[in-house]
Design a protein around this ligand. Structure first.
Ligand SMILES: [Fe+2]
Length: 278
């Protein structure tokens, strides 16, 4: 069976243009995320790619024009190589759906609501399932999403399944809580042919197992945060993961885009709340 090679990236926090103050000014302080994405795709495309998976926070509270610009960027760099997206807590669902829904969803998954962006894609016999964990800060997988997932996983898939979502499922990754999910979700994943689970949100790569399945969290392509004694430091870290699927085995290699990571700024907790309110 042919090897599949793909990129897992996350948390682009993309805007066409960023505000010159507040949190948005931090994101573009050193390097615009567009430069990071372009560098990554040009390098990896040259080495061969079957698809690109981006696990949310595509934009930073972006408008429709930001999603359109991101779509143009991905299309111009990737050509015919497919990309699979899902929204994160910083994505605005309406703008996301306006630009991406009509062509990224090959199989509509939840007819009961127009709001759903949960989808299934088939790339060379591999089924990739995306779940929307919502706009709440810590994320949630609902009972009806779990039932839908179980139904999808009962369908045949020549090469098995990947599951992609924005929020983490494992507790205390970089001090963050996991998404809320029903106990049945763990059982559904455990008893499935899922080969790997992919998420973002923490802005730090992490590899583990969830319900006995390989589990990968990607870095951010925009920035990282490191907490110290009552201080939070933003860094210009940008990285992604190159994945290879050989048979049913996934291998992962983290690649840095910014060769030397430097601090953008540090804030005490009271200054931080001020920053977010600007
Ligand atoms: Fe993020």
């Amino acid at each position: 069976m042919e090897k599949l090679r793909f990129i897992h990236m996350s948390d682009l926090h993309y805007r066409k243009e960023y505000a010159a103050h507040g949190f948005e000014a931090l994101i573009s302080a050193k390097q615009h995320p567009q430069e990071n994405v372009t560098k990554c795709l040009q390098k990896e495309k040259a080495e061969g790619l079957d698809f690109v998976l981006i696990t949310g926070d595509l934009t930073h509270e972006g408008e429709t024009e930001d999603y359109t610009a991101l779509q143009e960027l991905l299309k111009s760099e990737l050509g015919d190589i497919p990309f699979i997206l899902l929204p994160g807590n910083h994505d605005r669902r309406e703008a996301y759906r306006t630009v991406f829904k009509q062509y990224i969803t090959e199989e509509s998954t939840d007819e009961s609501t127009d709001e759903s962006t949960d989808s299934v894609f088939d790339i060379k016999g591999l089924k990739i399932i995306t779940l929307d964990t919502g706009r709440s800060i810590n994320g949630e997988i609902t009972k009806s999403q779990t039932e839908w997932l179980a139904e999808v996983l009962r369908q045949p898939s020549e090469r098995g399944f990947l599951l992609a979502l924005h929020h983490p499922l494992i507790d205390n990754q970089d001090g963050l809580p996991p998404a809320l999910f029903p106990d049945a979700f763990t059982e559904v994943v455990k008893n499935s042919h899922i080969l790997g689970i992919f998420c973002g949100h923490t802005h730090h790569n992490y590899i583990a197992q969830f319900a006995g399945k390989p589990y990968f969290t990607a870095d951010s392509m925009a920035f990282s945060m490191v907490s110290g004694e009552d201080m939070l430091t933003f860094k210009d870290c940008a990285a992604y993961t190159v994945m290879e699927l050989s048979g049913r085995i996934l291998s992962a290699g983290v690649r840095q885009v910014v060769p030397v990571i430097t601090d953008i700024a540090s804030f005490s907790s009271d200054k931080l709340s001020q920053l977010f309110s600007e």
